[in-house]
Design a protein around this ligand. Structure first.
Ligand code: HEM
Length: 493
């Protein structure tokens, strides 16, 4: 048979395969909640703007309702929009909707040996351990609060060095926030000039950029194909490997100096747990799960809080009257002679409300991480099959008109009652909800409060141009809503 004939037969085989797969996809689609008609191979990629997936999904929900199906590539995703629907799924059916769906940019590295991308017994064991360790262990001799207070003072010193000149807060905030989770995990903070520290921070940062880019999105949709293609996604895995080597070395150093009666940090606590479980053949605690869980904590604990601070400062520059009111509250409750403490928060309802509104407005984690349905169930009258991937659009909860009068407007009054006291609003799910709710929630809340108040106790932030020109629209992505890049000046008070 000549080459042309072989090529022709291969083409026919490919087309037939595609037709069969497409037929199967349509058959399956018939059993799922409604949604736009998918095309072969690309699914609904033409209807979803991957630069701002959350926005596209919210727009599609206006046509298809709060529960609908879209195909990214040939795989279906169940989309949940609005507070009631997300609550009914993630909270009222926490077990059923509590699995973790595939997210290959991480999963293909961690292989499900970590907390964020595991399922079943391993996830349960790691989840319980991480929560307990973060909670009762103020991490060694000093509490987490003290560690944050210490780090924010280092940040203040760095900001004074800017001498009121313009700077981009991304790196300067990022280093301080990274140091908090590093201190929890490794036992002590790093000097900002430390080579290892700089390598981890810069590779994590670079990976967030790649994951949020076209290449990261394509890798998540077509991992099997992308593995064979060149592109920036290759750097993603090279960076993961660099981080693995650093973490391996840290674990080894901890092993050599471990005192089982006096754990210094998260790694020590994990090593002690590994020793206790040595004889259990199905244990979830082994060296690889330690390295991968630390890896996930570093990722979970850096960019999220940094982005919240960056977005917050931008918003406060747009609304200086809000920043001034916070500073008045700081003057009344804390003054200038001591650092803010968590105790202060309940006496500072206005500041508390502004922080909640910043988090709602910015919705920095607009789609949470993908969930997985663990058993056949029902939602809003639809049959939902086991194993389907679910995207809970948290941004839609935060912009739900049934719960916020003008969702597009920044308004701290969303969280204040007539007397100026804090008003709870259930439609605030910045840390998601249900079984997979962020285990770093308490740590993050502390960080955000202590960093914001200490920053505003010491500085007023000024934009380079006029406040009217500040654009608060997020630079959207799949993973994070980022603020528009900006520079500002920190003017000492
Ligand atoms: C303002 C800061 C933060 C925000 C907005 C945030 C938000 C989130 C969200 C939305 C999820 C996905 C939950 C889901 O799948 O439904 C998540 C998961 C996670 N976060 Fe956070 N997070 C923050 C800070 C942190 C910190 C400081 C840590 C580290 C201690 C952390 C560690 C994790 C981990 C390990 C997961 C995966 C949990 C699991 O799959 O069981 N996060 N976070």
């Amino acid at each position: 048979m000549d080459f042309g004939a072989v090529l022709f037969l291969l083409l026919i085989a490919c087309i037939s395969y595609m037709i069969v797969m497409y037929g199967k996809m349509l058959q399956k689609r018939g059993q799922l909640p409604p949604g736009p008609m998918p095309l072969p191979i690309i699914g609904n990629l033409l209807q979803v703007n991957t630069d701002n997936t959350a926005k596209s999904l919210i727009a599609l929900s206006k046509k298809y309702g709060p529960v609908f199906t879209i195909h990214l590539g040939s795989k279906p995703r169940l989309i949940l929009c609005g507070y009631e629907t997300v609550k009914e799924a993630l909270i009222d059916q926490a077990e059923e909707f509590g699995g973790r769906g595939p997210f290959p940019v991480f999963l293909n590295f961690t292989k499900g040996n970590d907390l964020a991308f595991s399922n079943g017994e391993k996830w349960k064991d790691l989840h319980k351990f991480v929560l307990q360790t973060l909670r009762n262990f103020g991490m060694g001799k000093r509490s987490i609060e003290e560690r944050i207070q210490e780090e924010v003072q280092f940040l203040i010193t760095e900001l004074r060095k800017t001498k009121q000149l313009p700077f981009d807060p991304t790196l300067i905030f990022g280093r301080a926030i990274s140091n908090v989770i590093f201190s929890v995990v490794f036992g002590s903070r790093f000097n900002y000039e430390d080579k290892t520290f700089r390598t981890i921070v810069s590779t994590i940062n670079e990976n967030f950029h790649i994951i949020s880019s076209f290449w990261g999105t394509m890798y998540n949709i077509y991992p099997e194909i992308m593995d064979y293609l060149p592109g920036p996604h290759k750097k993603l895995f090279a960076n993961h490997e660099v981080q693995r080597v650093i973490l391996q070395d840290a674990v080894k150093a901890h092993q050599e100096t471990l005192d089982p009666d006096s754990p210094r940090d998260f790694i020590d606590a994990f090593l002690i747990k590994m020793q206790k479980e040595k004889k259990n053949p199905t244990t979830s605690f082994f060296t690889e799960s330690l390295i991968m869980t630390v890896h996930t904590l570093l990722y979970g604990g850096t960019d999220t809080v940094t982005t919240t601070l960056r977005y917050g400062v931008l918003i406060l520059m747009k609304f200086p009257e809000v920043a001034e009111k916070i500073q008045e509250e700081i003057n009344q409750v804390i003054g200038q002679n001591r650092p803010p403490a968590m105790e202060d928060r309940k006496k500072m309802p206005y500041t508390d409300a502004v922080i909640q509104e910043i988090q709602r407005f910015a919705s920095i984690s607009p789609l949470a991480l993908p969930h997985l349905v663990m058993q056949d169930t029902q939602l809003k009258g639809y049959k939902i099959p086991k194993d389907i991937t679910v995207i809970a659009v948290l941004a839609s909860v935060h912009h739900d008109p049934a719960h916020y009068e003008k969702p597009e407007v920044f308004n701290p009054a969303n969280f204040l009652d007539e007397k100026g006291c804090i008003k709870k609003n259930d439609a605030l799910m910045i840390f998601s909800a249900g079984q997979r709710i962020c285990p770093g929630e308490n740590l993050a809340r502390m960080e955000v409060f202590l960093f914001f108040t200490t920053l505003l106790q010491n500085f007023t932030f000024q934009p380079l141009g006029s406040r009217e020109d500040i654009n608060l629209t997020p630079v959207g992505s799949n993973l994070e809503n980022l603020p528009q890049p900006y520079q500002c000046c920190a003017i000492p008070r």
